[in-house]
Design a protein around this ligand. Structure first.
Ligand code: SF4
Length: 346
């Protein structure tokens, strides 16, 4: 495949002849690149995407996690979910809601490890109160940047309250914008509710993170339409998550999304959205395979757990999470620099 016009577009972007919003790919280009299969095309794509990432992002961010509660009131449960209580023996399975003290201990441990950012997530059913509780405690006790994720379960009031507590970013993943597919894999939720939350977050001037769940039956055309929709919404961060089956769930026999497919999608997203945060959570790509995400131009590795984290954290999408030491080693081996907020690992 010929990528020379993409390289030309990158030069034009640097000279201000095209805008960041336009990005480096047309809709046709995007669809075309999704269909590459030859290794030479993958290498060229990764080379270009990394070059664009390195131009805009000098360091790789690392985001850790605190899970607040897995007691989810969505019914029926999402077909792929292994996080909510009772969904998969490989997940948490038993219901939990962590105490204020455990939130505080986890946040302090994360900050001590050098990580600068934490994601606090809760299951559905609290209108944002559970993540608001976590946000308040983390901000009172640390300087960590905070992303919260309560899925499609925030209200205007909880979003305004979060702004008062200096929230840095709110995540509401649409997973797929193919309405029939959304209904099939998330029968207890409405896509429109999630879109409304995304709009509210932007309306209140808060950073919006909204991602794609890959390999759940969507077509390449669906992915392109989804990405164009995120462009319209004005997202600030896109998490790219590959489906990984959890035993015991209705999708346990559905094939997992391969790391190369995730890397390719990340690279396409980088060329479409040259300067935003592109996130790869370690469980969804497989913690030992994050080099595919980094080569594809990701600049944030999420669900990274330091040795001193006091909780037994399991991943969303796969129970295995990334260990901080191993993630830092991988970043270094690729010649990249990790963003750390204290000196212990520098
Ligand atoms: S994916 Fe989220 S909303 Fe769906 S069942 Fe799991 S915890 Fe609940």
């Amino acid at each position: 495949m010929d990528f020379s016009h993409v390289e030309r577009n990158f030069k034009r972007l640097k000279y201000g002849e095209i805008t960041l919003k336009e990005g480096l790919l047309s809709k046709e280009d995007t669809l075309h690149i999704f269909k590459i299969s030859h290794w030479r095309d993958y290498l060229k794509l990764f080379y270009l995407a990394s070059k664009v990432r390195d131009y805009f992002k000098k360091e790789i961010e690392i985001t850790s996690t605190i899970h607040i509660t897995n007691i989810c009131k969505v019914n029926p449960k999402c077909l792929y979910c292994g996080f909510a209580a009772g969904t998969s023996k490989n997940g948490y399975y038993e219901p939990f809601r962590i105490s204020n003290e455990d939130i505080k201990k986890s946040a302090i441990a994360i900050e001590k490890s050098g990580i600068c950012r934490v994601s606090c997530s809760s299951a559905h059913g609290y209108e944002g109160r559970e993540v608001l509780r976590a946000l308040r405690i983390v901000k009172e006790n640390t300087n960590l940047e905070v992303l919260v994720n309560a899925g499609g379960d925030l209200t205007k009031e909880s979003i305004i309250k979060m702004k008062e507590y200096n929230i840095d970013c709110i995540c509401c993943n649409l997973e797929t914008t193919n309405i029939q597919l959304f209904k099939k894999i998330k029968p207890g939720e409405n896509l429109e509710d999630r879109i409304e939350i995304c709009r509210l977050v932007k309306k209140h001037g808060i950073e919006l993170s909204s991602g794609l769940l890959l390999g759940v039956g969507e077509s390449y055309g669906d992915r392109v339409n989804h990405l164009l929709f995120l462009k319209e919404l004005g997202v600030d961060e896109i998490p790219i998550m590959g489906f990984n089956p959890y035993p015991g769930t209705p999708m346990e026999n559905h094939p997992k999304c391969l790391p190369l497919e995730q890397g390719k999608t990340i690279a396409i997203v980088r060329l479409m959205f040259p300067n935003i945060r592109i996130t790869s959570p370690t469980p969804t790509i497989g913690p030992e395979l994050i080099q595919f995400a980094l080569m594809g131009g990701a600049n944030n590795i999420a669900t990274v757990i330091p040795d001193n984290h006091p909780m037994n954290i399991k991943g969303v999408g796969n129970p295995k999470t990334g260990n901080l030491r191993e993630v830092l080693k991988m970043i270094k081996e690729l010649g990249l620099k990790a963003k750390l907020c204290n000196t212990s690992f520098k």
